[in-house]
Ligand binder design. Sequence first.
Ligand SMILES: [Zn+2]
Length: 305
Amino acid sequence: MNRDGLSRTRTYAAGALALLAFATACGDNGGGGSAAPAGNTATTAASGPASAAGGTPTAAATTPGAAPAQGDAVAWAKWNLKPLAPAPAPPADKPIKLERTGTVPVFSDVKTSDKVVFVTIDDGAEKDPKFVEMLTDLKVPISMFLTKDIVKNDYGYFKPLQALGNHIQNHTVTHPVMSKLSADKQKSEICEDQAALTQQYGTAPLLFRPPFGDGANTPMLNTSVQQCGPRAIVLWRESMQIHDMQYQAADKKLKPGDIILAHFRGPKELKGATMTQMFGDLLARIQEQGFSVARLEDYIQAPAS
Ligand SMILES: [Zn+2]
């Protein structure tokens, strides 16, 4: 696969992709598998004027456009980690520009020459207070794709994470295999999560991630997403396991702009490791490759309202 091509195209091949994705992506047993969903980076066709309102409508507690601080050496030492290089200032001209209407783009990385990667954390099952402490110390930006039925027993857990400037995004109500659902069911899965997250967290998710990456490139799912409000479908290039990532790229190296998938998981899913151990190992793998972590939403221009 030509992952560096400038003209990566969006494909609408559902079946094989769905099966592959189902075998390896979030919610599975973590057993070895092959690749996660094929990376299809689609940039919006019409970029429109870049002068539209800066920041995003989902901004929580941070100033739009502010570079994320990434803690200090003492804080990193507390977690037995080497500090990541600070992320560069967010680009003024966003590499991904979202439109208010029409087909939503599907992407698994962001076109940038910045030596940054983006961390996304899904589902919301493990609610470890130590992880809140860790992110408060380290200020590493994350994006959270939350599933209503998995988080509804404790929506409050995610609020201090949101208050750090991290965005909450849509990941369905029940975490189904979307390509097996009717259009109506797809819509209720996305729209009901959208409504619940908007009500709980005060901002409407801008991004959607289908469970297991399934159906991401099907016209039916694209239409369902459009009907519920999110304006992009986000996949990933690497998937964090317990101590290391599973890479789609054959050279098993991070590339600038890669989106990394991780999960809110605890000892039961991580063979005894904790959420903070898993996340610390993820940061160590990023640090040793010389990357910093930037905020995904800082590289995306929300539609002009
Ligand atoms: Zn998931």
